[in-house]
Ligand binder design. Structure first.
Ligand code: KIV
Ligand code: ZN
Length: 498
C-alpha cells in the first residue's frame, strides 16, 4: 500500500470562498479538530490576502502542533515573504505557491506568455525555498492546460525544489477517467516526478470532485486535497470525508492507506458546520443526517436481520456510536457525561455541571433526549455568550403585519429594556436587540431549522451579519422555542462582529 497524504484546505479554499470571515479562535478550534482527525497538512489560509488571514495563519502556526501548516501564495515575492512570516513558528511549515497554466489563465488573467509563466514558476519556488524546505507548487487550471506545456512547467518546478506538485482541476471540468489519465500522464511524462509527491485538487462544478480525486489517487497521486463537508468555491471542493471513507472501505481498489482516525469524521463535520454556518444536507454522503437512516420497510427489515444488507459503512467507524441508552430527566450526571464522551465531547468539573443544568431544562421540555438534542445542547453551549443574556421578551402583532418586540437584555450584569417595530416578529426582535447592543451590521441571512425529532424539537437558528468591513459573521442559537433560538443567534453574531 502507498501512503496517502491528506491535505485539508477547509480553512483556505473552504473559508475564503464563503464570504465568511472566521476569526482566529474559530480557525484554531477547527485546526485542532483536524489534528485529532489525523490530517497530514492543514492549509491555514492565504496570509497575503488580508491582515486577518495573516493573523489567523500565524496563530495556527504557533499553537497547532503535530501537523504540517501550509500557507497559500501567488507566485509573487511579497506574498511569499508574508507567508513565510506567518509560518515562522510552525513546527513543520509548507509554502504553497503557484500560477495559472491554462491558455485562458495565462492570456486573459495573467497577460503573460508561457515562457514568462515558466520563469515566474522557477523564481517563486526558488524564493520560497529560501524560507522553507517543504514547497508545494500548484499549476492552476492544470486540467485545461496544454499537456506538453504542463510537463515542462512541472519539471522546472521540481528542479527548482518543489517537494509536492499540485495538479488542480480548478473549474471542476474533468470527468473521472480524464482526470485519472491526466495524473497517469504526469506520472509517466514528467522526468523528475520521482522527486515530488503528486497532489490532486478537484472542484465539484459537475458533481465529480470526489470521483475525480479518487481516479487521480488510483493513477499514482500520493496526496489528496479537499475540505470537510466539501465546502468551497462555487459548488465546493472534494469532500475529504468521502475520499477517506472510500479508501477506508475499499483500500485495495485504490492501493493507498491514510493515517486518518475515521472516528473523528462526524465530530469534525459538526464543528465545521457549526462554525462556518454552512449546514450539511441531510442526504450528504458519509456525514448527512440520513446517511445511516433506513426509511423503507424492506430496508428496515433487512437491517434488523443483518446490517450488511443495506449498510456498507458502520456508523461507529465515522464516530456515530450506536445508541445504547436513552436519556431523560431521570438520567444522572454520569450517564450524560458518558454519552457526551461517546459523541466526542469530553466534559468534566464545572463544565459538566453547566451542561447538566442545561440538559435538565431541556429534558423538562422534551421527554426523551436523542443524540441530536445533545449536539444542539453542546452547540448552544459553544455559541453562548455570558456577557449578554436574554432576560425577557414580549411581542405585540396584528394583521397589519407590523410587530413590536420588547426585550430585556442583561449586558455585563446591567439590565436594559427597549422596544422596536419590524415587519414581523423576528424583524422586530432583531431591531430591538440591535438598538440595545448598538449593532450596526445588517442581517444578510437568517434561517431556522429543526435539528431534532418530535413535537418539542430543538430549533437551530442561524443569523449572518455583514460587518463594516464587508465580512460576514455567523451566529448560532438553539432552543425548543425558535424565537429564543433566533434571539440567541443574533446576539452570538453581534458578539462575533465586534
Ligand atoms: O483550485 C485551485 O486551483 C486552487 C489553487 C489555488 C491551489 O485552489
Ligand atoms: Zn481550489
Amino acid at each position: 500500500m502507498r501512503k496517502l497524504y491528506v491535505f485539508d484546505t477547509t480553512l483556505r479554499d473552504g473559508e475564503q470562498s464563503l464570504g465568511i470571515t472566521l476569526n482566529a479562535r474559530e480557525k484554531i478550534e477547527i485546526a485542532r479538530q483536524l489534528v485529532s482527525l489525523g490530517v497530514d497538512v492543514i492549509e491555514a489560509g492565504f496570509p497575503a490576502s488580508s491582515p486577518g488571514d495573516l493573523e489567523s495563519v500565524s496563530k495556527i502556526a504557533k499553537e497547532v502542533k503535530g501537523v504540517t501548516i501550509c500557507g497559500l501564495t501567488r507566485a509573487v515575492e511579497q506574498d511569499i515573504d508574508i507567508c513565510a512570516q506567518a509560518l515562522k513558528q510552525a513546527e513543520a511549515p509548507r509554502i504553497h505557491t503557484g500560477i495559472g497554466v491554462s491558455p485562458v489563465h495565462m492570456e486573459k488573467k495573467l497577460k503573460m506568455t508561457p515562457e514568462q509563466v515558466i520563469e515566474r514558476t522557477v523564481a517563486a519556488v526558488k524564493y520560497a525555498k529560501k524560507y522553507v524546505h517543504d514547497v508545494e507548487f500548484y499549476a492552476e487550471d492544470s486540467f485545461r492546460s496544454d499537456r506538453t506545456f504542463l510537463v515542462k512547467v512541472l519539471e522546472k518546478a521540481i528542479s527548482a525544489g518543489a517537494t509536492v506538485i499540485n495538479i488542480p482541476d480548478t473549474v471542476g471540468y474533468a470527468s473521472p477517467w480524464e482526470y485519472g489519465e491526466l495524473i497517469a500522464f504526469v506520472m509517466n511524462q514528467v522526468k523528475n516526478i520521482d522527486q515530488a509527491v503528486v497532489s490532486v485538487h478537484c472542484h465539484n462544478d459537475l458533481g465529480m470532485a470526489t470521483a475525480n480525486a479518487l481516479a487521480g489517487i488510483r493513477n499514482g497521486a500520493g496526496q489528496v486535497e479537499g475540505t470537510i463537508n466539501g465546502i468551497g468555491e462555487r459548488a465546493g471542493n472534494t469532500s475529504l470525508e468521502e475520499v477517506i471513507m472510500a479508501v477506508f472501505t475499499k483500500p485495495t481498489a485504490y492501493g493507498v492507506e491514510s493515517r486518518i482516525n475515521t472516528r473523528e469524521i462526524a465530530p469534525t463535520s459538526r464543528i465545521v458546520a457549526r462554525i462556518t454556518g454552512v449546514s450539511v444536507p441531510d442526504h450528504k454522503a458519509i456525514v448527512g443526517a440520513n446517511a445511516f437512516m433506513h426509511a423503507s420497510g424492506i430496508h428496515q427489515d433487512g437491517v434488523i436481520k443483518d446490517r450488511d444488507t443495506y449498510e456498507i459503512i458502520k456508523p461507529e467507524d465515522i464516530g456515530v456510536p450506536q445508541n445504547t441508552i436513552s436519556l431523560s430527566a431521570r438520567s444522572g450526571r454520569h450517564a450524560l457525561q458518558h454519552r457526551l464522551e461517546e459523541l466526542g465531547y469530553p466534559v468534566e468539573g464545572a463544565d459538566l455541571d453547566d451542561v447538566y443544568e442545561r440538559f435538565l431544562k431541556l429534558a423538562d421540555a422534551k421527554k426523551e433526549i436523542f443524540d441530536q438534542d445533545l449536539f444542539a445542547l453542546m452547540g448552544d453551549k459553544e455559541s453562548f455568550t455570558e456577557s449578554i443574556q436574554v432576560k425577557n421578551m414580549s411581542f405585540a402583532t396584528n394583521l397589519s403585519k407590523i410587530a413590536t418586540a420588547t426585550v430585556t437584555l442583561e449586558l455585563n450584569g446591567v439590565e436594559t429594556t427597549d422596544a422596536a417595530t419590524g415587519n414581523g416578529l423576528v424583524s422586530a426582535l432583531f431591531n430591538t436587540i440591535g438598538r440595545i447592543t448598538g449593532n450596526t451590521a445588517g442581517v444578510e441571512d437568517y434561517a431556522v431549522k429543526s435539528v431534532t425529532r418530535g413535537n418539542e424539537a430543538i430549533g437551530e437558528a442561524t443569523v449572518k451579519l455583514r460587518n463594516d468591513k464587508g465580512a460576514l459573521v455567523v451566529g448560532k442559537g438553539f432552543s425548543t422555542d425558535v424565537i429564543e433560538a433566533s434571539a440567541k443567534a443574533y446576539i452570538n453574531a453581534v458578539m462575533k462582529s465586534r
